[in-house]
Design a protein around this ligand. Structure first.
Ligand code: AMP
Ligand code: ZN
Length: 111
């Protein structure tokens, strides 16, 4: 989708601090971190939100969830981490390309 911030980040049109990538996902540091470690896990496929995901995205969503602990380990979050998925405006979503937040590295709760 042309006008999507996260599609532009994935395409390299807008700079980001990459922490991980594979065939299906791109992971980068949040620009306004709410914890000592705060990264965003974004599928390369543009899906507006969890509400718009369909059964054909089943394997992709499973891949994201099962890869998150590996990313957290890479980031040194041995004590654990929080995963957040905001859905649509009422759920606090601001960028309408589905993404999981990984937060950790300090005392809870995060701001
Ligand atoms: P959400 O409210 O769940 O849609 O989260 C959007 C997140 O994207 C927020 O935590 C923002 O700080 C983050 N964000 C916005 N623009 C950028 C950017 N250019 N690079 C990295 N993170 C961003
Ligand atoms: Zn997008």
């Amino acid at each position: 989708m042309n006008d999507c911030l996260f599609c532009k980040i994935i395409d390299g049109e807008i700079p980001s601090k990459k922490v991980y990538e594979d065939e299906h996902i791109y992971v980068f540091e949040d620009i306004a971190p709410k914890a000592p470690v705060h990264v965003l896990v974004v599928p390369r496929k543009h899906i507006r939100s969890l509400k718009e995901a369909s059964s054909e995205d089943k394997e992709l969503l499973a891949h994201i969830q099962l890869t998150i602990p590996k990313i957290a380990q890479q980031l040194g979050l041995d004590a654990g981490f929080r995963t957040v998925l905001n859905t649509e405006k009422g759920g606090g979503q601001e960028v309408f390309h589905i993404h999981y937040h990984i937060l950790g590295g300090g005392p809870m709760p995060f701001a």
